[in-house]
Design a protein around this ligand. Structure first.
Ligand code: FAD
Ligand SMILES: O=C1O[C@H](CO)C(O)=C1O
Length: 527
């Protein structure tokens, strides 16, 4: 293979890439870390000429084989500059243009220095800017939507090497595609994010019974700007975390048993024993850990309070290497979903069929949009601690996996506007795999029946019913993805067709159809 002279020395051979959880590893034929836009264009052009596919990765935090390839792999860690900082005269928000390889924690640091912050985050800040956009990363809030709703514009390079500017009015459809593209539309090189004045969050952490969660379902989810629940099914308990912007002074962070070295190693060792030696030990590990971390008394209305900067508050300790299978469904279906999951988990434990790890994360987001092209914020009566977003765009990404619900103004938001996310985490203690297949099959059946769809980045499984790979059930390894090709067509309807059309137009040679197996089994391209 002859590379053009300007690429010689740029593509590394013998590079081994693993995702963060170390579930998947690949050896790309060539690995690139370009430093200029021209280099990116040359790499794309050469890949087309050499009939290779090109996969762009960010920080590799997606837990699935979505980001694996044996062909060409590119990473934008040399694209981490802040290019422009434009504070609005009100001091309430600022538009910040950055190179897309910047990590979220680096962006957080930059914004902190200017007195600003991102409006909402997922559980971590390790992702790249492009990565957090491209898979539909979300946080936990009845007012905020996907993290990509904070973005005002994007610049991509498509499969023809063309640089294309995208925003709510310029190339609107392509913008909606690129706001969740799985890297299959083009390479995001630049993005403008709308940040708000830095804020602290006052949060309470309440221990509640599982039954209380179901009883309070109507009121809980709209009771705070930021809200998440960690469910411990064997203990039949939950932790209800609620946060609100505040001007109160900072307090010391809450203590964490598993945040100590001893607690952490002990917890991982207990899990290792449960996974590798005696699975029925799992519920005892859960109950022990819950008591050490949170205590055993219900504290509804009297939870432990903490005031922390937004980032420390919104991010959390995700503990160990893990599989995650996360689906979004209408929040109104939550009690039915959780009751079915609880029953299945209990029955499985009685029969020693499978065991689950904890917490099962229960979150919500408000992904309803006005669809307005105008992204000029309405700042009437707004202060630095007003709840709700100052959105960067009001468009729905074509591949947004959350249910299509009707938008309502902030003051009228009820559960009917909200998407429920349920995240079934299964740890890999000391990097050993846990059995996931039986649990994830039941989880997906329940989530699917309740109008759910999987988060694109995660370890969903799918079914041979939706993609015939030629293998029969017995030939799949535990937890191996079968895919959702046919189902995706049904789930996403016209948006699916539009995404595929735009993909084809912008990548006529299929240079971004990297990890073709993943793309085919999920219907992004035909077999
Ligand atoms: C511990 C942990 C906690 C997490 N918490 C959350 C959470 O709270 N909420 C949530 O929704 N998700 C969460 N995730 C998932 C994570 O946010 C997503 O997987 C995210 O996409 C990872 O970003 P990344 O930079 O690592 O991208 P990667 O995983 O490297 O890539 C993800 C996708 O982005 C594409 N991509 C990367 N760079 C570019 C580019 N420059 N141009 C075009 N496409 C590109 C890739 O091709 C790929 O399709 C979590 C993951 C982990 C491991
Ligand atoms: O993928 C995810 O991992 C963490 C849970 O550990 C989280 O919140 C996700 O989302």
């Amino acid at each position: 293979m002859a590379l053009p002279s300007n690429l010689v020395g740029l593509g590394k051979k013998d590079y081994q890439f693993s995702n963060w959880a170390k579930i998947f590893t690949c050896k790309p034929a060539l690995y690139f870390q370009p430093s200029t836009i021209t280099e990116i264009q040359s790499i794309i052009k050469s890949a087309v000429e050499e009939k290779k596919t090109l996969l762009t990765v960010g920080s590799g935090h997606s837990p699935s084989d979505l980001i694996m390839t044996n062909e060409w792999l590119m990473n934008l860690d040399n694209f981490q500059q802040v290019l422009q900082f434009k504070p609005h005269e009100s001091g309430l928000y600022a538009d910040v243009t950055v190179e897309a390889g910047l990590r979220i924690y680096q962006l957080n640091e930059f914004l902190k220095g200017k007195g600003f912050a991102l409006q909402n985050l997922g559980s971590i800040s390790d992702q790249s800017v492009a990565g957090i956009i491209s898979t539909g990363t979300h946080g936990a809030s009845p007012y905020h939507g996907l993290v990509s709703s904070q973005f005002v514009n994007l610049t991509i390079i498509n499969g023809k090497g063309e640089i294309i500017e995208l925003d709510s009015t310029t190339n609107q459809d392509l913008f909606r595609a690129a706001l969740l593209s799985l890297g299959k539309i083009g390479v995001i090189v630049k993005a403008t994010v709308r940040a708000v004045a830095a804020f602290n969050i006052k949060s309470t952490e309440e221990v509640i019974n599982f039954e209380t969660l179901l009883e309070q379902w109507e009121n809980i989810w709209v009771s705070s700007e930021y809200i998440r629940v960690w469910w411990y099914p064997y203990a039949k308990k939950c932790v209800l975390w609620r946060g609100t912007k505040t001007e109160e002074p900072l307090t010391a962070p809450r203590s964490s048993w598993w945040g100590t070295t001893v607690g952490r190693v002990f917890y991982e060792a207990l899990l290792w024993v449960a996974v590798n030696i005696y699975e029925p030990f799992t519920p005892y590990v859960e109950k022990f850990v819950f008591n050490r971390q949170f205590g055993s008394v219900e504290t509804l209305g009297d939870g432990a309070v903490e005031v922390q900067p937004s980032i420390e508050s919104l991010n959390m300790d995700c503990l160990f290497s893990q599989f995650v299978n996360e689906w979004a469904a209408p929040l109104n279906n939550g009690p039915e979903i959780l009751s079915s999951l609880a029953k299945s988990i209990e029955t499985a434990a009685e029969k020693h069929d499978f065991y689950v790890h904890v917490p099962i994360e229960v979150r919500c987001s408000n992904t309803t949009t006005t669809n307005s092209e105008d992204s000029t914020p309405d700042l009437t009566n707004r202060t630095k601690i007003s709840p709700g977003p100052i959105t960067g765009n009001n468009l729905r990404p074509l591949l947004d996996n959350t249910p299509r619900l009707k938008h309502a103004p902030l003051a009228d938001v009820t559960n009917s506007q909200l998407s429920l996310y349920i995240n079934a985490t299964m740890y890999r203690p000391f990097l050993t795999n846990s059995p996931i297949g039986k649990w994830y099959k039941i989880f997906e059946e329940i989530m699917g029946a309740a109008g759910g769809k999987p988060h694109w980045a995660k370890n969903f499984i799918g079914s041979v019913e939706y993609f015939d790979s030629g293998k029969n059930e017995g030939q799949f390894q535990d937890g191996e993805m079968r895919g959702f090709a046919l189902k995706n067509q049904e789930w996403f309807g016209d948006d699916w067709e539009l995404f595929k059309k735009l993909r084809q137009e912008n990548d006529p040679e299929g240079v971004f159809v990297s990890n073709k197996d993943w793309a085919i089994r999920n219907g992004i391209v035909e077999a």
